[in-house]
Write a protein that binds this ligand. Sequence first.
Ligand code: NDP
Length: 333
Amino acid sequence: NNQIILAERPEGMPDKNTFQFVKKDLENVKDGQVLIKTLYVSVDPYMRGRMENVESYVEPFKLHQVIEGGSIGEVLESKSDQYKAGDVVMGMFGWQTYYVAGENEVRQIDLSIAPITTNLHILGMTGLTAYFGLLDIGKPKAGETVVISGAAGSVGSTVGQIAKIKGARVVGIAGSDEKINFLKEELNFDEGINYRTTDDIKADLQRACPDGVDVYFDNVGGEISDAVMTELNRNARVPVCGAISSYNKEEQDIGLRVQQILIKKSALMQGFTIGNYSDRFKEGAKQLGKWLQEGELTYRETIREGFENIPEAFLDLFRGKNIGKLLVKIGEQ
Ligand code: NDP
């Protein structure tokens, strides 16, 4: 069994010393267990947080242990009544080629709804994050303006489409012209702003949002968010989903002080983690699945191939190399 373990905790951007490839013997499959061959692994920005030894909403990764994360695999051998060989399952078995799982550690994927990989994004964690963050905190109304940072990524691209379903004007901020085209041409966003090439993001925002900003779905933090915050309308809502621009910074990222903006605008800014909504996952997944089947929602995947390429794929999230969900395919079904 090939595994990638956390060799040392990174300072700043992780590099090749952060990860180590190891080979380990597989355990025997006992009663109530299944042997899984990994097909796809998800690489996600939150994993950077788990590399630090700090208290957070998820436990830090343990040093010298396999990197955990969402993955999909095929059951090769089953000593559980719940699964048979050939079943496709998902779990948190992470960056390893095989895994012996307890039957309750994984769950069966319904193959009839959509391709299996959607369970790692639009029908899974990032889709649910978009759904609950936008609808529960952002609460967009028809005709309002919704601005999304990290708009061409997995969460952001779903947020924008749901905001369109709700009748909002949608403006996405992302890091390349290809991404802006994708947002406007394929996802029907009303406007897009390339934050890497603009000279004046504030002027671009004012042009793109002539009626101001009612909802700002924040995936990135930092200077992009400073610029959007100054454009908020009265009673605006700001779901704070992520702050990827600061995940590899060693210094605290101190930006605009927002108190005055929030007071003057009577705006609401609320952080959240998807775990807050665990008792409503079924409801969210059902609605996302319905929209997907009705063609109201679509998605893009960036798929890398090969177990050895997982660490670089993870780092590509911070280089903006993905459109939509970044996954690594490591096994054939
Ligand atoms: P994405 O698919 O959006 O990938 C990350 C993207 O972030 C990159 O493609 C890149 O796009 C952008 N990015 C990277 N570095 C920077 C930077 N310095 N400044 C601005 N943008 C940057 O990832 P996800 O959809 O999985 O996650 C999006 C955000 O949501 C993350 O912040 C993540 O931590 C958060 N999240 C929060 C959850 C929660 O429960 N609160 C759950 C899931 C995700 P570009 O080319 O545009 O720069």
